[in-house]
Design a protein around this ligand. Sequence first.
Ligand code: ZN
Length: 151
Amino acid sequence: MLRKIVQVGDPVLREICKPVENFDETLWTLLDDMKETLRDANGAGLAAPQVGVPIRAVVVDVEEGYFEFINPVFVYQKGEQVGAEGCLSVVGKAGTVRRPDKVKIVYRDRNGDRYSIVARGFFARAVCHELDHLDGILYTDKAESIRDSED
Ligand code: ZN
């Protein structure tokens, strides 16, 4: 089911999200809905607070594949990249943001099993952007410049 993507100004986007404790049907439905909502919006990533649920869950859909990261934590962040970024919760804008070029995170999947992954380039950018959402941070807080976009 498609969920409504909340827009900047909604206080839920500024919450420090709570860790997921129950890997149950409620979570699976949320993740399924987030995937559908992300694909419908043609985005690269979506965090649970963006659909009004302040828990530590994000989905990322990039060249490397589709991923669900629950309770993700950085192991390391290396290097640097500067590039364009947008956000489904900040419609009509794009910005230039400095991010690490390579990151490693540990996370749980929808069943609660523990994994780690290394992301580089745009994938790393998407991971950093989505994990920021879990701490109430928007890319516009970090952008070196922001402009109007067609999207
Ligand atoms: Zn975003």
